[in-house]
Design a protein around this ligand. Structure first.
Ligand code: 6GU
Length: 265
């Protein structure tokens, strides 16, 4: 996969060269290109922002540097894509976007290229998104309901979540199966040696060697944890994947099955 990021703080993205994703780049599984928006601003001060029409606090990113930067990215991105393919995706990190989820990470991991446009200040002139819509599939995406100073940290989170799903990036693909959100539930708790530590013991069942019992216990822990921390993840969930034991746990946790769906009683 090829990923292009446009930002006024290209150094902000440097950590994406480390660790698992750094190795993926060395191995040719991921090509990461970071571009400085100011390289596309041609006045003496390389200005990328201006005051908002209609007044109000803060500054807005000017449209022209963005169009030049995205045209430049698009030229190299299109050179590596099939003419038969859909328009490339442009992700615009914004607290006003759709929420980034594991499902969206899986969807985006299928793309041959992704382009990220990092806004700062109060955001990018809206006409850039209209203009870009003729050339890209534009997706404004948010990490969640809170406000960051710019898109860079959000891009780091999204690129890491997407990058680790690319074939060959995570050494043992099994580890992608059991983690939080891979099955719509939170992950079960994990333990390592010693079995007794500062008066806290590892749950007996994990020392039993009975793999059936262990699997059952882990599923139950997933249900209890999800109900306690993220009950909305269970609301309306398809009940079909839950067996007799799990349904008993869910009933204890206050969920009923109505028309094949979980509802809180
Ligand atoms: Cl994607 N961008 C910004 N600036 N703030 C955010 C966000 C994104 N997601 C949550 N807050």
């Amino acid at each position: 996969m090829r990923i292009d990021v446009v930002s006024i703080f290209p150094e902000y993205l440097a950590p994406l060269r480390l660790s698992l994703l750094g190795r993926a780049q060395e191995d040719g599984l991921l090509q990461l290109e970071v571009h400085d928006l100011r390289d596309f601003a041609f006045d003496r001060h390389r200005t990328v922002d201006d005051t908002p029409y209609g007044g109000g606090a803060g500054m807005v990113m000017k449209p022209e540097p963005w169009s030049l930067a995205l045209e430049s990215v698009l030229e190299s991105v299109l050179a590596g894509r099939d003419a038969s393919e859909d328009k490339p995706i442009l992700i615009v990190p914004s607290p006003a976007g759709e929420v980034f989820t594991q499902a969206l990470a899986y969807e985006l991991a299928e793309e041959p290229t992704l382009t990220f446009a990092c806004g700062r200040y109060e955001g990018i002139d809206e006409r850039v998104l209209d203009w870009a819509g003729e050339r890209f599939r534009v997706r404004p995406v948010s990490l969640g309901d809170y406000v960051l100073n710019g898109g860079e940290v959000a891009v780091m989170a999204m690129v890491e979540a997407i990058g680790r799903l690319l074939p060959g990036v995570v050494g043992n693909p099994e580890s992608l199966v059991e983690e939080s959100h891979s099955n719509g539930l939170l992950e079960y708790p994990v333990y390592t040696k010693p079995s007794s530590w500062r008066g806290h013991d590892v749950p007996e069942v994990l020392l039993s060697g009975n793999h059936g019992l262990i699997a059952r216990w882990r599923r139950e822990q997933q249900l209890r944890r999800t109900a306690a921390r993220r009950p909305e993840l269970l609301d309306g969930a398809d009940a079909a994947p839950f067996g007799r034991d799990e349904r008993a746990v869910l009933r204890e946790l206050g969920y009923d099955v109505v028309a094949g769906r979980l509802v809180r009683g």
